[in-house]
Design a binder for this molecule. Structure first.
Ligand code: F6P
Length: 537
C-alpha cells in the first residue's frame, strides 16, 4: 500500500473522532508543538495523531525532500520548465556564503548590489538624495505581484520601525489606484521606484508612464526622481532611468520570492539597512533550521505536512490565514501569491497529470475583524476550514497593553471554540437558563450548537520585529517548497498567468471598435455594454 493510501485509510478510520479526544493522551500539546528559535507552532488542535504524523513524515522522506532541499540550496536548476536555479535564499545568505550557478559564485555580485541599494536607501533617508523640491518626503513603489505584495506586506508589518520617508505602493492598472495615491503628493519631493523583474508587465509599465507624466508637470528632470529594480537593465535604460539608480537581480530569484533583495528597496528606505539586515537574519535563521532540524522537529516541514493532511488527505480545499496582528493585514494576500502561484499546478514536474489536489485556496483577514465577518461559517458552516492563527505575545504599544491582552484572549478563544464546540446538551442548558422550555427551547438550542473538532494551528512569536518577520516569511516559503516537492510539481514557474495576459492584449483594440465577431457571444455582449456605457459616463 502506498503511503498516500495508508494516510487515507488512517484518516477514514478516525473520521468521527473529536479532536478534543486526542487531548486525553497526556502531553498532547507539547508533543504536537515545534519551536524554532523563539517561535512556537502549536498544531495539537488538528486531527493529526502520532500514527498520522509518522505516516506524514514517511511521506516527506519518501518524496526525496532532503535531496530536493540540497539541490535548491546548492544552486541546481530545479525550476525545470524555465531552466533556472531557485536561489532566493542567496539573497539572505551570510557574508561568507559561496553559492554557485553554472560554476560561478553569485554571492559577490549579490552583495555588491545590496550594498548599492543600502547606500541609495540611506541617501534618500538622510536627505542627501534630493528631488527638485529638496529632501524626499514620499516614495511610490510601482510594481505588481511579487514586485508589490512582499514589500507592501513587509512595509506595513514593520511600521514601528519606520524612520524614513512615507512609503506608498501602487499595483493595479486601474487608474484609480495611481490617481488616488499621487493626488496628495508633491512631485518635487517624491521618488518613484519602478519595480518589475521583467520590466514588461503592462500594469507596471502603464503606471510608471502615468507617474512620469504626473512628475513632468512640475519637475524639470522627472527621470532623475525615478529608480528601478529589474533583471532587465536594457529595458530600464530604455525607460530613461540612469544606471546608478537601477538595481538588478538575477532571473533565479522568483518574483514572489524577491522581497529579500532590491525588490525590498522601498522597505530599506522605510526602515534602514540595520533593520533590513535583521530581517535578512530572521530569514537566514529559518533557512538554517529548515536545513538542519530533523524532519520531525522541522517547522516548515511540519507546516507543509499539516497542509497536505488537511487538503490532500482530508479534502479541505481552503486554508484561512488569520493573523491576530493588524500589521500583518497584507499577509493573506501575500500568501495567496506565494502559495497559489507556486502550487496551483495541474501537471507534475514530469509532465504527467497530478493525481491529487493541487495546493490549497488561501484566504484570510486579520483578527479580530474576521470574527465579525466570516467566522460564522468557520464555526457552524457545513465545510471545514483549517485555520492558521498567528499571534505576537507582545505588541508595540506599551500604553495599550490592555488592548493586546484582549487581542490575545480573542485569538486563543477562537481556537478553543473551534476545537471544543458546544454540544446540544450544553446549548439546551443555555436556553433553559434563559427561561426557554419545550419545543421553543429545542428549536433555539439547535442553532446554538457548534460541532467543534475544527482544526487550527497557532504560530506564536514574541513580537513582530524585523527578525521575526524574516523568520515567518522564510517559514512560509519553505513550507510551499516542501508541499511542492511532495506533490511532485514545479513550485517556481507560473505558466497559468499567461493566457489571460495574452487575451487582454488582444482585447484592447476590440474595446476601441475593432471587429468582435471572432469572440464568443458572452464577450461580444460584454464589449457592447462597455462600449455603450463608457461613452455615456
Ligand atoms: O503575472 C504573474 C507575475 O509574473 C508574477 O509572477 C510576478 O510577481 C508579477 O507578474 C510581476 O512581474 P514583474 O515583476 O516582472 O513585473
Amino acid at each position: 500500500m502506498s503511503i498516500w493510501s495508508e494516510l487515507a485509510r488512517h484518516q477514514r478510520s478516525h473520521e468521527g473522532r473529536h479532536i478534543l479526544d486526542l487531548f486525553d493522551t497526556p502531553g498532547r500539546a507539547k508533543a504536537f508543538s515545534v519551536t524554532c528559535n523563539d517561535m512556537m507552532l502549536d498544531y495539537s488542535k488538528t486531527a493529526i495523531d502520532a500514527e498520522g504524523r509518522s505516516l506524514l513524515l514517511k511521506l516527506a522522506e519518501s518524496s526525496g525532500l532532503q535531496s530536493a532541499r540540497s539541490a535548491m540550496f546548492g544552486g541546481a536548476k530545479i525550476n525545470e520548465t524555465e531552466g533556472r536555479a531557485v536561489l532566493h535564499i542567496a539573497q539572505r545568505a551570510d557574508d561568507s556564503a559561496v553559492i554557485e550557478v553554472d560554476g560561478v559564485d553569485v554571492m559577490p555580485e549579490l552583495r555588491a548590489i545590496r550594498g548599492r541599494a543600502y547606500a541609495f536607501a540611506q541617501a534618500v533617508r538622510k536627505g542627501r538624495f534630493k528631488g527638485q523640491g529638496g529632501a524626499i518626503t514620499d516614495v511610490v513603489n510601482i510594481g505588481i505581484g511579487g514586485s508589490d505584495l512582499g514589500p507592501a506586506m513587509a512595509t506595513l508589518a514593520l511600521a514601528p520601525y519606520h524612520d524614513g520617508p512615507r512609503l506608498h505602493y501602487v499595483s493595479n492598472v486601474d487608474g484609480a489606484h495611481i490617481a488616488d495615491t499621487l493626488k496628495p503628493l508633491n512631485p518635487e519631493t517624491t521618488l518613484v521606484i519602478v519595480a518589475s523583474k521583467t520590466f514588461t508587465t503592462i500594469e507596471t509599465m502603464t503606471n510608471a508612464q502615468t507617474a512620469r507624466d504626473w512628475m513632468a508637470e512640475k519637475v524639470a528632470d522627472p527621470g532623475a526622481q525615478f529608480a528601478a529594480v529589474s533583471t532587465s537593465l536594457e529595458k530600464t535604460a530604455a525607460f530613461g532611468i540612469a544606471p546608478e539608480r537601477v538595481f538588478g537581480f538575477a532571473d533565479w530569484v522568483g518574483g514572489r520570492y524577491s522581497l529579500w533583495g532590491p525588490i525590498g528597496l522601498g522597505l530599506m528606505i522605510a526602515i534602514g539597512s540595520e533593520a533590513f539586515d535583521r530581517f535578512l537574519a530572521g530569514g537566514r535563521a529559518m533557512d538554517r533550521h529548515f536545513c538542519d532540524a530533523p524532519l520531525a522537529d522541522n517547522m516548515p516541514v511540519l507546516l507543509a505536512l499539516i497542509g497536505i493532511w488537511h487538503n490532500q488527505i482530508c479534502g479541505h480545499a481552503t486554508r484561512a490565514v488569520l493573523p491576530y496582528d493588524q500589521r500583518l493585514a497584507r499577509l493573506p494576500a501575500y500568501l495567496q501569491q506565494l502559495e497559489m502561484e507556486s502550487n496551483g499546478k495541474r501537471v507534475r514536474m514530469d509532465g504527467r497529470d497530478l493525481d491529487r489536489q493541487s495546493g490549497p485556496i488561501v484566504w484570510g483577514e486579520p483578527g479580530t475583524n474576521g470574527q465579525h465577518a466570516f467566522y460564522q461559517l468557520i464555526h457552524q458552516g457545513t465545510r471545514v476550514v483549517p485555520c492558521e492563527f498567528l499571534l505576537a505575545a507582545a505588541g508595540h504599544e506599551p500604553g495599550l497593553a490592555h488592548q493586546h491582552r484582549l487581542l490575545v484572549a480573542n485569538c486563543l478563544a477562537q481556537s478553543e471554540a473551534l476545537l471544543r464546540g458546544r454540544t446540544l446538551e450544553e446549548a439546551r442548558a443555555l436556553m433553559a437558563q434563559k427561561g426557554l422550555e419545550g419545543a421553543e427551547l429545542e428549536r433555539q438550542a439547535q442553532h446554538r450548537v457548534f460541532p467543534g473538532s475544527r482544526p487550527s494551528t497557532t504560530l506564536l512569536y514574541p513580537q513582530l520585529t524585523p527578525f521575526t518577520l524574516g523568520q515567518i516569511i522564510a517559514l512560509y516559503e519553505h513550507r510551499v517548497f516542501v508541499e511542492g516537492v511532495i506533490l511532485g510539481i514545479n513550485s517556481f514557474d507560473q505558466w497559468g498567468v499567461e493566457l489571460g495576459k495574452e487575451l487582454a492584449t488582444a482585447l484592447g483594440p476590440l474595446l476601441e471598435g475593432a471587429d468582435v465577431s471572432a469572440k464568443d457571444g458572452s464577450i461580444q455582449g460584454l464589449i457592447a455594454y462597455v462600449r455603450a456605457h463608457s461613452q455615456r459616463a
